[in-house]
Every structure is written in structure tokens, then in C-alpha cells.
Design a protein around this ligand. Sequence first.
Ligand code: SF4
Length: 415
Amino acid sequence: MPDEKKVVLRRLQSAKDLGKFMAEYYYELDEAAKNGKRKIAWCTSVGPAELLRALGFLVYFPETHSAMLGSTRMATDLIPKANAIGYSPDICSYLTADIGAYLEGISPLAKVFKGIEGPPRPDVLVYNTNQCRDVQDWFEWYGTEYGVPVVGVQTYRNVGEVTDDHIISIKKQMEALVEPLEKIAGVRFEREKLQEAVRLSRKCSDLWKEVLDTASAVPSPITFFDGTTLMGAAVVGRGTQKANDVYNILLEELNDRIAKNEGAIEEEGYRLYWDGMPVWGRLRMHAELFAGLKTNVLASTYCNSWIFSALDPAAPFTSMARAYTELFIVRSDEYKEKYIREMLEFFKCDGILYHDAKTCPNNTNCRYGMPQRLQDETGIPSVTIHGDLNDLRLLSDEQTKTNVEAFIEQLEERR
Ligand code: SF4
């Protein structure tokens, strides 16, 4: 059995700046919802946020609310409320937890931010099915509930090579959003404003990539568990200068850690890649479990999902169409395996952990033989944990601990 001990997790000072950024973001939305001076669009996490910003909307992302329901461990009790109105316990537990919270009239925002009662009322909901179909169902439910329009982009799935045909189709769908959104926003679309939002979004993406790439240092100055909260600005703030300011501060701190040879955990014996969703209600527990085993889970497909390197202000619609189609989650297994192989090499990983998230098959990649294929090709072993992003009834902490400990022991024996 590997030597398990309690390890201090080194907190990043700039996490406070991120916290301040998130607070200001939610207060701005709340004020706008109360005084009606700005229109509010709800957007899926990899939806066309840049277009919404160009039209002057404040943009709210329900998935971040669902992640908060998970991390505050409120989700599990709320999911049955949505099940009772016809949404299966087997579908996305972001959707069921969020609708359950709405039906119960409760929100983690009210606990965290004084004076905010819950999510801001939308004027429109905008989705992109690039991540899954669940987001469309989720938004349509709220569209009916609030009596507001729902518009979106239907994307491709299982894409190997991204072709011109894909891009032309998605671009046309994005351009078709302009007219209905102009009417709701009450302003005319200006290409220069979209270009500016795309420019800022690309900058945010580049900074976020730089942040995540610092994990290639040995020892890594950051963990996957840090990344799941630090990514907040990339999700809700891309297309704004404020998000870029936060990442400049964070990057400075991470580079400082690298210069001092200071890792995110005290002793980094093993380096792991995490594939799939985090277990939001177990972030701390998992961070301590791995650190206690001298293991840093330092890179992931999940946090990398907010890197949009194709964005280009010179061709805003085309580049948005490309960026939001090139995403890992949209792609074929062949592409995904190539991508993961490159990540394993770049981040110098000793192993992979797959999270088989019961209610999110879209972000689960271990069900069709990928772990075995990748191990055969790379020689890098893997472990699978069974659980969920939000529904804590679907996981066993004991089983996870046993599997992870056995896996680290296996890595130890290989050395
Ligand atoms: S990708 Fe998964 S977690 Fe995200 S909205 Fe879709 S089903 Fe839910």
C-alpha cells in the first residue's frame, strides 16, 4: 500500500481575484435583472457568447449554477423534483438539479452572495447543441416557464475532420441568430462590436491555455481541482477585458511558482490526467485523496474545453463556427484518442483517470474501449471511477478510494 499521509494543499492567492471577479459578475446580472436596464441572455457554456456580448446582452450561463448546486451538495436532493415532472434520473444532472432548484425556489447564489435571491430572469435563451442535446431541452423548459424566446445552433456530433461543409452550416446558423436577437436586444448588430468580443475572447482563450499549460512543469504549480474553479472566468467572462485581467494575475503567480520550483502539492510522485467531468460535491475530498498519495491530477480534457484557438476577429462568424465545432466533446473517438495521446506526452503523465459519469455520457469517454486502446498504444495505464457530476447517490466514496489507491500502488510497482 502506498504511503498515505495528509498533505497541505497550497492555495493560490489569485483564487481571491477570481472570487472577486465571480462576485462582480453575479451582482451585475442581479442588478440588471432588478432594474431592467440591460437585457439578459442565458447561454450554454460553449454557446455563441461573443455574439450576445456584441449585441449588448449580459450573459448568464446556467451550467455554472448547476456546478454550484453540485459543489454545495444541494443537487442530490433537488434532482427528484425534476424527476417528478418528467425528467429522468438518467439524464444530465445539471439539468435536473437546476430545474429542481427553480421548482423549489432555492439557489446557492443566495447563500454565497448577500442580496441575490437566485438566477437572473432571461430575456432570451441561446444554446448550441455542440456539447449535448440536454442543453436544448433544459433551455426550452425555461423558455416556456418564463415565456421568452429560445434560439440556438444545431451542431454535428462525432466529427472526425472538421470540413468546410461543417463550418458553412454552423456559420449560417449563427448568422441567422442575428435578426431575432437584434429584436430582443433592441439594437442593431455591428460587425465591429462582434470583432471586438471575438478578439477579447481569443485573448481569454490564449491566457487560459497558458494557465493550463503551466501544469507541464515538474512539479506542476496547479492541479485539476484548482482548474475546475479557476476556469470560471473563461466560462462566464470570455469576451470581456475583466476575465483577461484575472488570468494575467493568475499566470504571474503560476510562473512565480515554477521559478521557485514550488508544486501545487507538497510532494509530486505521480502525475495523472483526468478525463471526464469533475465530481463537484467531492472536489476537496478528491484533491486530498490524491495529494495524500503524492499524486497530482494536473491536466484534463474538461478544463481544456474553454480553449478556442480558432477564434479570429478578422473572420468572426467563420472562426466562431470553427472554434465551437473543433471542441473535443464534438469529435470522433479517433480524434479524441489522438488528442489525449498528445496531452499525456505534453503533461508527462504517468496514468489516466476516467470518470464514468452516469448522467453525462457526452463527457464520458471510457465506455467503448478507449482506455484499452490508449493503454495499448502508449503503455500508460488507466483507472476508471464510476460516479456523477452532481448526483452523489451514484457514487461510492469507499470504492473510489480503493480503486485509486490500488492504481497508485500499480504505478509504484511499475517504477
Ligand atoms: S455535457 Fe453533460 S453535464 Fe454538460 S449539459 Fe450536457 S449532459 Fe449535462
